[in-house]
Design a protein around this ligand. Structure first.
Ligand code: FES
Length: 115
């Protein structure tokens, strides 16, 4: 997978590493126009990480990538735009089927096709 937009191989745990944990129903969200798998009960941040996205936004001033840091709604590093609403903390916002997520500062870096 390309490094475009802070991508890395998917970080989703699978197989024996799940240790019997059962996931909820699967669905898709759109991230920068591309479908991303999510499971009921996951946050947007979890779905992003599971798809290999580690950079969720770029800072306005220097364009530095930011992603999951505190993971509990305190640092605001994980801000994304959800269905047109800016500055949503992805680490505390549940993923919902069909939601449209965009990563501020990464506009135009993804052509909308799945990786
Ligand atoms: S990772 Fe810190 S607020 Fe989301």
């Amino acid at each position: 997978m390309a490094e475009q937009g802070g991508s890395s191989p998917g970080l989703r745990v699978s197989g024996a590493a799940l240790h019997g944990v059962r996931r909820g129903p699967v669905f898709e969200i759109l991230v920068d126009g591309a479908p991303v798998v999510a499971y009921e009960g996951e946050t947007i941040a979890t779905a992003l990480l599971g798809s290999g996205q580690i950079a969720f936004r770029r800072t306005a001033k220097r364009g530095a990538p930011r992603g999951l840091f505190c993971g509990m709604g305190v640092c605001f590093d994980c801000l994304v735009t959800v269905d047109g609403v800016p500055n949503v903390r992805s680490c505390v916002t549940p993923a919902r089927p069909g939601m449209r997520v965009s990563r501020p500062g990464f506009e135009g870096e993804h052509d909308g096709t799945p990786d």
